[in-house]
Write a protein that binds this ligand. Structure first.
Ligand code: NAD
Length: 460
C-alpha cells in the first residue's frame, strides 16, 4: 500500500515508467483482466465502501449505490467495447493516393495522474481509472484528503488488487498534490474546483502535459410553464438535495417563468416533505456537509434572500436542512459563487430571453437543465447557450449514460470522459500512412520542370 508516508514519488513514477516500457499494458488481454479485477475489487469491498462514504459524508446507502458503486457499469461497458475501441480504424485516402493505405491507431499515453475531489470521492477516482486502464496506461491516483475514510479505503483496495508499478494510490493533501504536479506525467485528469484547476494546468504546462479538467460552477435550471409540475418538482428536489447538494452538476439555482413560480414553489415544498419528512435531520436518506469549513461557508449563504423552506442547521452534525430561498439578488453571495450545498435560490423571469441573457452573462456552466415540453423553446435554449452538458426535463441523469461524453466547457472544464470518451482521453490517436513499393509516381520529385500543371490540377 502506498500511503502519505511515501515521499519517493519520483521513484514510484520511474517504476511505473519501467513497467509501461515492458509493453504489458499494451496487451488487450491484460487490460481486460485488470478491468475485471477492478470490478471484482469493488464487489468484494461493497460494505467497506458503504461504511467509508457514510463516515465521510453520512451518505445514505442508496445514494452510495446509485452514485458511487454504480460506476461498475462503466467497467462493464469498457469490457464489452474494448476490442472494438482498440482496433486500428481505416482512414480514407484520395483516389490519386491509390498506392497508399491509412489507419489510425489508438496507443496508450504512458503514466497518468488522476486527482479527485471529496464529494463523490470513490467514483471520481475510479471512474477515470476505468478509461486509463482501458487505454493501456499506468496510473497514479490522488484521492481527496477531505474525505479521509474513502481515501484510505481506496489506498487499501488498490494496494491489495494491483501492483504499485501499474496502479498506485498516493494519499495526502495539497502538499502531496503539488509534489505530484511537479513531476512529468503523460496526462493529468483533475476533478475539483475551477481555482485549483488553474493551478493544475499551470503545473502541467511546465512539462507540456495534456490535462482533462473536470471543474464546477453554477449550473442553472430553467423551468417553463409547459411541464408536468409534480414530475418537475420531484426531479429538481432529487437532483438538488442528493448528497446534500454537494454535486458538481446539481441544479445550482432555478430560473422560473413568473406565471408558474408560486405553483412550482408549493410543489417543491411538498416534495421535500415527501422525500425527507417533517424533520430532514432525522431522515436516514439525507447526507451531511463534508467539513466544518464548508458548513460555515454554506451557513453564511443562508443570510441571503427570504427562506421559504428549510434554513435550519445543526453545527455539531454539519447538518443543513434542504433550503429554498426566494427574493435573492444577483449580487448576493449565493448567486455569485458555486453553492455546492443544499440551498436552492429561485429567480423569476417574464421572458425566456432574460433567463438566457443571465446564463450567458456568466461563465459557461457544467450542466444546464431545462424543463419544458415546448420543442421550440428547447431548440432556442440549446442554440443560445453553451454548457458542458444539457439535460431536458430531468436533472443529473445525463452523467449516467456511458455513451455521452461528460465534461465542461470554458470555466467548467476542459475535455471529457465516461465510456469511449474516457478511452479517448487516455489514448493518443496515431495516424499511420503506408506506401507500397510496387509503383513510384515521379510527379513530386525534382526536376520539377513540366510537372506544375499536373500539381495544380491535383490540388484543385
Ligand atoms: P478542490 O479543487 O479543492 O480539490 C480537488 C483536489 O485537488 C483534491 O485532491 C485536493 O487535494 C487537490 N488540491 C487542492 N488544492 C490544491 C492546490 N493548491 N494544488 C494542488 N492540488 C490541490 O475541489 P474539492 O473541494 O475537492 O471539490 C469541489 C469542487 O469540485 C467543486 O467546484 C465541484 O463543482 C467540483 N467537482 C467537479 C466535478 C466534475 O465532474 N466536473 C465533480 C465533482 C466536483
Amino acid at each position: 500500500m502506498i500511503t502519505s508516508e511515501l515521499t519517493n514519488i519520483t521513484g514510484l513514477i520511474q517504476k511505473q515508467r519501467d513497467f509501461f516500457q515492458t509493453g504489458k499494458t499494451q496487451e488487450i488481454s491484460f487490460r481486460l483482466e485488470k478491468l475485471r479485477t477492478l470490478k471484482q475489487a469493488i464487489a468484494e469491498n461493497e460494505q467497506a465502501i458503504l461504511q467509508a462514504l457514510y463516515a465521510d459524508l453520512h451518505k445514505p446507502e442508496f445514494e452510495t449505490y446509485a452514485t458511487e458503486i454504480s460506476l461498475v457499469k462503466e467497467i462493464t461497458h469498457a469490457i464489452k467495447h474494448l476490442t472494438s475501441w482498440t482496433k486500428p480504424k481505416k482512414a480514407e485516402v484520395p483516389l490519386e493516393f491509390f498506392s497508399y493505405s491509412a489507419k489510425i491507431y489508438p496507443e496508450p499515453l504512458g503514466v497518468v495522474l488522476i486527482i479527485g475531489p471529496w464529494n463523490y470521492p470513490f467514483n471520481l477516482i475510479i471512474s477515470p481509472l476505468v478509461g486509463a486502464i482501458a487505454a493501456g496506461n499506468c496510473s497514479i491516483l490522488k484521492p481527496s484528503e477531505i474525505a479521509p475514510h474513502t481515501s484510505s479505503l481506496l489506498a487499501q483496495i488498490i494496494g491489495q488488487y494491483f501492483e504499485p508499478e501499474y496502479i498506485a494510490v498516493v494519499e495526502g493533501g495539497v502538499e502531496v498534490s503539488q509534489k505530484l504536479l511537479a513531476e512529468k506525467f503523460d496526462h493529468i485528469l483533475f476533478t475539483g474546483g475551477t481555482a485549483v484547476g488553474k493551478i493544475v494546468m499551470e503545473a502541467a504546462a511546465k512539462h507540456l502535459t495534456p490535462v482533462t479538467l473536470e471543474l464546477g460552477g453554477k449550473s442553472p435550471c430553467i423551468v417553463d410553464v409547459n411541464i408536468n409540475l409534480e414530475h418537475t418538482a420531484r426531479r429538481i428536489i432529487w437532483g438538488k438535495f442528493l448528497n446534500a447538494g454537494q454535486t458538481c452538476i446539481a441544479p445550482d439555482y432555478l430560473l422560473v417563468d413568473k406565471s408558474i413560480k408560486q405553483n412550482l414553489l408549493d410543489s417543491l415544498k411538498k416534495i421535500i416533505h415527501e422525500f425527507y419528512g417533517d424533520h430532514p435531520a432525522d431522515s436516514p436518506d439525507y447526507a451531511r456537509i463534508i467539513s466544518q469549513k464548508h458548513f460555515e461557508r454554506l451557513s453564511g449563504l443562508l443570510k441571503d434572500g427570504e427562506i421559504i423552506i428549510g434554513g435550519e442547521t445543526k453545527p455539531e452534525e454539519r447538518y443543513i436542512a434542504p433550503t429554498i430561498i426566494d427574493q435573492v439578488s444577483l449580487t448576493d453571495p449565493v448567486m455569485q459563487e458555486e453553492i455546492f450545498g443544499p440551498i436552492l435560490p429561485v429567480i423569476e423571469y417574464t421572458d425566456i430571453t432574460e433567463a438566457i441573457a443571465l446564463i450567458n452573462s456568466r461563465p459557461k456552466p457544467l450542466a444546464l437543465y431545462l424543463f419544458t415540453e415546448n420543442e421550440n423553446l428547447q431548440q432556442q435554449v440549446l442554440q443560445a447557450t453553451s454548457s458542458g452538458g444539457v439535460c431536458i426535463n430531468d436533472t443529473i441523469m445525463h452523467v449516467a449514460i456511458s455513451s455521452l461524453p461528460f465534461g465542461g466547457v470554458g470555466d467548467s472544464g476542459i475535455g471529457n470522459y465516461h465510456g469511449k470518451a474516457g478511452f479517448d482521453t487516455f489514448s493518443h490517436y496515431k495516424s499511420v500512412l503506408r506506401n507500397s513499393f510496387w509503383f513510384d509516381l515521379k510527379w513530386r520529385y525534382a526536376p520539377y520542370q513540366g510537372k506544375l500543371s499536373f500539381l495544380k490540377r491535383l490540388i484543385k
